[in-house]
Design a protein around this ligand. Sequence first.
Ligand code: NOJ
Length: 755
Amino acid sequence: MKSYTYIFASIILLIAFVSSCKNPNPQPELVTGPYAHQVDSVMALMTLEEKIGQMTLFTTDWGSTGPTIREGFEEDIRKGRCGALFNSHTVAFTRHLQEIAIKESRLGIPLIFGYDVIHGYKTIFPIPLAESCSWDLAAMENTASIAAREAAAAGLHWTFAPMVDITRDPRWGRVMEGAGEDTYLGSLIAAARVKGFQGSNFDNADKVMACVKHFAGYGAPVAGREYNTVDMSERMFRDIYLPPYLAAVKAGAMTVMTSFNDLDGVPSTGNRWLLDEVLRKENHFTGFVVTDYTSINEMVNHGYAVDEAQAGEEAANAGVDMDMQGAVYQQFLKNSIDSGRVALEVIDLAVRRILTTKFQLGLFKDPYRFCNEQREKETVFAAAHLEAARDMARKSIVLLKNEKNILPLTSKKTIALIGPLAADGTQLIGAWSGAGEGDKCVSVFTAFKERSAKDGFTLLHAKGAEISGDDKKGFSEALSAARKSDIVIAVVGESKEMSGEASARADIGLPGVQQALVEALVATGKPVVVVLMNGRPLALPWIAEHANAIVEAWWSGTEGGHAIADILFGDYNPSAKLTMTFPRVMGQVPIFYNQKNTGRPYDPTTKWNTRYIDLPNSPQYPFGYGLSYTTFAYDSLVVTTPQPPSKGEYLFARKDTIQASVKITNTGTRSGEEIVQLYVRDVVGSVTRPVKELKGYEKIKLEPGESKNVVFHITSDQLRFYTVDMIYKAEPGTFWIMVGPDAERLQKKVVRLVE
Ligand code: NOJ
């Protein structure tokens, strides 16, 4: 009797103890589907320590993408203490590590090798933000698939990409890694990239698993400062930030990475609502969730866990399957299970998810199937990949200004190429270029030199200044070259280290004395073309006003110099359009096109409204903006609905499709491409709505004089949002249908959704 009382009391105590955890253990889900039996048979052999090993990911000492490096990862493999490694690549190295796992660990479970293959493995493509400016989904899918092919040929199984964080603040260094500020476009791009990386199967070992990151809301850190807190309404989160992650999951992404930030006070890595409710239950994600680099440990700094042991429990119970680099699971999870704070089922579920991907990758059949040295040699830097890199770079370069059609460069006898980035090819690979080789990049200078003999112009070159610092000693040489030339090309911008992770900038102007250099070049009276290389929108009001032409080249990758020359000399007609707003000055940030109207909308002629007293509200260059060497005329927008119009409004019902069409004509003398954009405004809602939202676009190619009718089909489904009751639906009422070449120059028609 006494012992029963004791057991009963202990159970009660245990229940009380477990329910005092912030997150009670989630209900284990039934694992069925492909490989369930094979996974079960492996799991039946595993000890608890080996299971926890599968939930552990360590970096090798081949590179650091975070603050800590561990020693002894080979011993961890031998002891079955890790199931995956990152920052390890090449066939030779991955084969060596895989051999340890297969031959020297007790169960010989194969390892997964992951790496940040963000915009190319060896052949580096433009940074993702640049690529997004092409609005060309097929091209982006293609570059992701080439990146996957090269990475897989180098022994990799897994890329930590795509990064799909919506970003509205150019101070944040990681804007370079995403697809800009728009949810609709960002979602399409997220899906395209997942398809490119993963394809539909691993039969040829030429694809890698995608990892959608950083879940969630990482792109909205307060003040644009890296790793900072994120706090927003659930409505804003679901309407604006969440859709790209979900689009990537829907496209089949096999893994998801948690973000460093907290969201509404709960770190993503311990956020059961995010991982279990939103990701798994609402959106049926069945792959595995990995943390970001030591983000379990960081829950202690967040003030969310008293120690790493508790942080590990929060993460495991929230649904985190794999611990990246923190070794928290390795050190503490067994004890948490023994003490009942984490259920064994939680561990089993995580291990099942991880082992399933190993079966999907075919690693249990042949752990070395991605290890073929010959294939590696033939694949990396293949000629077709370099050609694709050049093409993608051309598609990504945005022409921001072209006064008096000064570009393309024709019949120029002497060209002065100036600036710290003109001849420095190593910078072109940009941030997050992993195994990329800067010295393989074609610089602008090299590309110009290749042309100078053929095209018969004299090329003068001077660096003028460094990217940073205040040394102006190089100015005189640069100015003397400028004076001897017919035109000056100033290649200026940021260093590649100024964007990417941990590279937030409080001042988003040109660093160092580069602005002064451009001012001095303009003062010579020679026409000046500014070519920008950078990882984020910059605020350059003086240059926007005084340079004769501005070309936003971003970090354009291995073939960047060739692509920039193709644009400058007119072999390629620029067609890209911005996917992030360029502010006039830093003080306007965050600035984005889909803002709200407010109760006192902007009116520069009166005082009491939402405005600055020293500047217009409008940006330097809006979302969707970009020029071409030709011109396009838009005829009047025509909207038709199946119902008869009433009082100037076109009526439509939920089941109806609205048609919005506009005829576009190439009115210039060159063949060119135009990105025709469709925006919608929901004029009155149960909650306030943005003044416009992108809902569609079409990229068309027109020969001089040619016209095309672009037709958009709009259904009420596209007008859904989270209402005041948090129901995702379209509300009846008035909508503006707007079409134009960018987010500012729009024609509108009014339609009404009737019940
Ligand atoms: C930290 C970064 O936030 C993440 O994007 C990256 O994948 C990991 N480090 C691994 O390098």
